[in-house]
Design a protein around this ligand. Structure first.
Ligand code: FUB
Length: 319
């Protein structure tokens, strides 16, 4: 299949993608031109709402826009910046998890609920207790347990936390120290809170050593995604300042995960972000780039490409 853009008339990024009721649903961030100058905090990514899109066929089919399903003005605790969200389905309800800065400019993760995959979604009055940072990605482990992976460096504020406590000052490890990890946490039965303390997601090299902070073409930066293939857990993520999408494989949701390689080489634009989903017997990589906006980092466009596995379960790099 030839890679293709999905929403040519608007800027959408950070896709989360799921199959519900035999249809494919896309939950992206909605980029816009806010006029805010670009900086390392990502203030220029000032998104204010989410749309939902659906497709019956990835290769040639139409993409249906279900319109605005959640607006920052409807979230009681909102400050600014609706970033990458993800979805989960349980007992007839759809739960949308979204990062948003609160009124103190601290990223927290909120939940909004709908009885339909295409929304609209009604936000809970408060963010999840103990939540922080950005980029929630949900694993439905198929046994009634749901896990959230989350976290992002720099503008995502993960460097401001250690052992789930906020630090007085942001702290980055030295280059030869273990990298700042993404986090994993089990969700409560009602899907509205954490059921435990978040734990680090350890990524090891092939010799069993944790990836270091200086290994910035391999270590975690942001944009967690998790999927299962042949009974293994594939944790994938962006390396941020080196602009790669990489992956690591583990035997259970908590890891450790062993680094395997690159899924997607750098695209046009600073950020790279993705979802991997199987639909109608094929595997797809949804991601974004900034080609249609002429390289404007904060105006990104949704794209899909087919993804292929090698017989040993490794993923072929998409160029
Ligand atoms: O869209 C804002 C941020 O950019 C996301 O949360 C990150 O993953 C990066 O794509």
């Amino acid at each position: 299949m030839k890679a293709r853009y999905l929403v040519p008339n608007d800027y959408m990024a950070d896709p989360a993608v799921h199959v519900f009721n035999g249809k494919l649903y896309i939950y992206p961030s909605h980029d816009r031109e806010s006029g805010i100058p670009e900086n390392d905090n990502g203030d220029h990514f000032d998104m204010r709402d989410y749309h939902v899109f659906s497709m019956e066929d990835v290769e040639n089919g139409a993409v249906t826009d279900h319109g605005v399903v959640l607006d920052v003005n409807d979230i009681p605790w909102a400050g600014r910046q609706l970033w990458d969200c993800d979805l989960a389905f349980k007992n007839g309800r759809y739960y949308m998890y979204f990062p948003l800065k609160d009124k103190n400019d601290i990223f927290r993760i909120g939940v909004a609920i709908s009885d339909r995959p295409e929304g609209p979604f009604i936000p809970q009055p408060d963010p999840i207790r103990g939540s922080y940072s950005i980029d929630p990605a949900i694993l439905d482990d198929g046994d009634g347990r749901f896990y959230m992976y989350f976290g992002g460096l720099w503008g995502g504020q993960l460097q401001r936390y250690r052992d789930n406590k906020i630090l007085e000052c942001a702290a980055f490890p030295a280059d030869n120290e273990p990298a700042i990890p993404s986090r994993i946490v089990k969700l409560s039965d009602d899907m509205l809170q954490f059921a435990e303390e978040p734990q680090p997601v350890l990524i090891l090299d092939k010799n069993g050593r944790p990836l270091t902070a200086g290994d910035n073409s391999k270590r975690f930066f942001e944009a967690s995604w998790i999927h299962k293939y042949n009974g293994k857990y594939y944790f994938s993520y962006s390396t941020g300042d080196t602009h790669l999408l990489c992956y690591a494989i583990g035997d259970n949701p908590y890891g450790p995960f062993v680094y395997q390689g690159v899924i997607l080489n750098p695209v046009v634009g600073w950020t790279t972000h993705h979802a991997i989903v199987e639909f109608k017997g094929k595997c797809y990589l949804f991601h974004h780039d900034c080609v249609p906006s002429g390289g404007i980092t904060w105006l990104r466009s949704l794209k899909v490409a087919e993804l292929h596995y090698n017989p040993n379960g490794t993923i072929q790099t998409v160029e």
